[in-house]
Design a protein around this ligand. Structure first.
Ligand code: NDP
Ligand code: OXD
Length: 310
């Protein structure tokens, strides 16, 4: 009997994922029936995108796991109809994309690239770009993405401080944790990168008080989630010049409404939630591995802690 794998995502994702998922399931040795429509009581696994129409998991009485296509799980983790294991996406392709996006935006700030890229006044302003070793970058969140991005920044020579909920050990990174660790990290943050999940404990973690801890003229890069930042507090800190610039990829409301003050703010760069995209081939291999594990009675990988919310 084949394993029934439901693909619960927007139809356009099916076009991208059908072939890679079929290939990955076959390569993992799983005899699978993969489809967008399967009678609810016959579904064994649900490959899930939180923006799909599926919100009620109760009818999926036989399902063994929900395998999220996204790294962020805030839109599903609190779903009270979900009683089975939930795995989030840890995709090597997505991780590579995030490392590149974060590195690029850190280098933009570090090298002051805007002053040359935007210059039109004909002035030959000579300056010596600083070395990475003279720059302190702070990574809030040392998970799959934050630790990979930190390691890349360390390779470039940056002074990297990381912060997480529990103690961590990332090569070359000064790893701090807990509330006191956050204060110490932010005091060092010439550039802060937010790669935390959206949970009750991280909502508005960047607020008037925490922004005030950062050095004058600091920069913020947020590819994590919009609710990590108290938007009014950030706009105020930007207007007062305490924060020199922010690059924001994620927002409380997406797409960011055209009249949102971030769009027109001279000290803000908006990117449209493109920091990192799940890559179909590598993500399919991760999904297939979890289906294989489920069928072999082995523990799932990348399980979400429903109490912690990530
Ligand atoms: P992980 O779950 O692997 O890592 C999360 C990190 O945040 C961990 O280090 C964790 O600490 C830390 N953390 C969580 N809660 C707290 C807290 N209350 N205080 C301090 N640290 C905390 O997630 P990923 O690295 O895979 O992804 C991070 C986020 O990036 C996702 O949740 C998603 O929102 C976002 N994302 C954005 C994308 C984009 O395109 N913009 C693409 C993909 C993801 P600990 O290590 O102790 O558990
Ligand atoms: C994700 C994202 O969570 O794209 O995967 O933000």
């Amino acid at each position: 009997m084949p394993v029934n794998v439901l693909f619960a995502a927007r139809p356009e994702r099916w076009t991208t994922y059908e072939v890679p998922l079929r290939t990955a399931l076959a390569d993992a040795g799983v005899d699978a029936h993969l489809a967008m429509e399967i009678p609810t009581a016959e579904v064994d696994y649900i490959v899930y995108a939180p923006n799909s129409d599926l919100k009620d998991f109760a009818p999926y009485t036989r399902a063994k796991a929900v395998l999220n296509l996204w790294a962020g799980v805030e839109a599903i983790v609190g779903n009270s109809t979900l009683k089975i294991p939930l795995a989030r996406m840890v995709d090597p392709g997505l991780t590579k994309g995030m490392v590149e996006w974060v590195t690029g935006h850190v280098l933009r700030y570090h090298l002051g690239m805007d002053s040359d890229i935007l210059r039109r006044d004909g002035k030959w302003v000579y300056r010596t770009p600083p070395l990475a070793q003279e720059r302190s970058v702070v990574m809030l969140g040392l998970g799959a993405l934050g630790s990979a991005a930190s390691e890349a920044l360390v390779q470039l020579g940056f002074n990297v401080t990381g912060w997480s909920r529990s103690p961590k050990n990332v090569a070359g990174v000064d790893c701090l944790h807990g509330p006191d660790g956050l204060k110490e990290a932010l005091r060092r943050a010439e550039i802060a990168v937010l790669l935390l999940p959206d949970t009750p404990a991280t909502t508005n973690i960047m607020n008037a008080d925490t922004l005030a801890l950062m050095p004058e003229g600091a920069r913020i890069i947020n590819p994590g989630r919009g609710p990590l930042i108290d938007d009014a507090a950030l706009l105020d800190a930007l207007d007062k010049g305490h924060i020199a610039h922010a690059t924001l990829d994620v927002f409380r409301v997406e797409p960011l409404p055209a009249d949102d003050p971030y769009w027109a703010h001279p000290k803000v760069t908006v990117t449209p939630h493109i920091a990192a995209e799940t890559r179909a081939v590598t993500a399919s291999q991760v999904i297939a591995e979890n289906v294989r594990r489920g069928e072999a009675g082995e523990p799932f990988i990348n399980l979400v802690d429903r109490d912690l919310g990530y």
